[in-house]
Design a protein. Structure first.
Length: 336
């Protein structure tokens, strides 16, 4: 797969030099890209509301069952476009499909969203206002926003510190982020072989390595949750866990380990200790609080081992239409 300048040439784009100003988007100049997988009944309502905020919506549906395909097809129209993947190709491939569609339609900015993210009614407008206030937009790769978690009933602290003033950060989550397509031409596509999890972390890392900015505004603009979080009491402490399914535990462990190895920050025993300690903390949480303990512990161990060896792609043994994988894994041999 082409990356960087090669990817820019593929779409007839050239990397935007630092001296070239990049126009701020208005909501009509924003293309929303939404990835779905077995969408819940409320997804059509969220997508219809989203289409009223932006210029265009691209839905990329991974392995939708027949009933969901029929519902999504009913949404297609002048403002909503549907890409149907018969198999689950992963979040990274689906994001690339959506972004490439936006590029072909002439958009320069994308709003990326998960299917279960519920944007506020003024999300697109407020993001565009924030971007318009930035003095050097040509250096922005993407900007994430704050979100409220429906499982967290505590006070919303996101507005405590200058909510409209974006700050430089290492990473932002994919959902709710505005992606510069000029920067995408420089950074290259989301990495297919990661499949799901840490796709955003890897992209942000490559963007910063290219000298671009990754920004986060603390302005809360959507409702979103990670996993199926639950709170537990351990002695005098309150603990949260995400309750991710075994496949997701595999991808989280594998991709975290793989990116740690690729970073070059840790080698030999230091890499072994750093990567294993994270996995052991996850296993402890699974044992204490979560169901499907055996399957998840096996998934974490397998993910760590594959991350150390560079075995990427869909999880081994997963078949088309399963929760998180299709086909055979890809073995990366270049160590990058």
């Amino acid at each position: 797969m082409p990356v960087g300048g090669d990817y820019a040439m593929l779409f007839g784009l050239l990397p935007c030099p630092p001296s070239t100003p990049t126009a701020a988007p208005d909501p009509i100049g924003l293309c929303a890209v939404v990835i779905t997988y077995h969408p819940d009944p409320d997804v059509p309502l969220r997508l219809t509301a989203l289409a009223a905020q932006v210029g265009h919506v691209v839905i990329v549906a991974n392995a939708s069952p027949p009933a969901a395909r029929a519902v999504l097809r009913e949404l297609e129209g002048e403002r909503i476009e549907l890409i149907q993947n018969p198999e689950n190709l992963g979040i990274a491939r689906a994001l690339n499909q959506g972004v490439e569609t936006a590029l072909r339609r002439g958009f320069r900015w994308c709003l990326l969203l998960d299917q279960d993210s519920a944007p506020d009614t003024d999300m697109a407008q407020r993001l565009c206002v924030i971007l318009a206030g930035l003095p050097h937009r040509e250096r922005v790769a993407l900007m994430g926003c704050g979100y409220r978690d429906p499982a967290d009933h505590g006070p919303d602290e996101s507005a405590a510190v200058a909510p409209d003033e974006p700050q430089d950060t290492e990473n932002v989550i994919t959902s709710g982020s505005v992606l510069s397509l000029a920067a995408y031409a420089i950074v290259g596509p989301f990495r297919d072989e990661l499949f799901i999890d840490y796709v955003d972390v890897d992209y942000c890392r490559r963007a910063r390595a290219a000298g671009l900015r990754v920004l986060q505004t603390r302005c809360t603009l959507m409702t979103h949750r990670i996993g199926a979080p639950s709170r537990h009491r351990l002695l005098w402490m309150r603990k949260w866990t995400t309750n991710h399914a075994p496949d997701r535990r595999y991808y989280i462990a594998r991709n975290h380990t793989a990116l740690l190895r690729e970073s070059g920050q840790y080698r030999g025993p230091a890499l072994l200790l750093k990567s294993l300690s994270r996995c052991l903390r996850t296993i402890k949480r699974i044992i204490l609080y979560e169901s499907e303990k055996q399957q998840k512990i096996i998934a974490v161990g397998q993910g760590w081992w594959h991350g150390m060896r560079g075995v990427m792609g869909p999880r081994r043994g997963r078949s088309a239409g399963t929760a998180d994988g299709v086909g055979k894994p890809v073995r990366r041999v270049d160590g990058s």
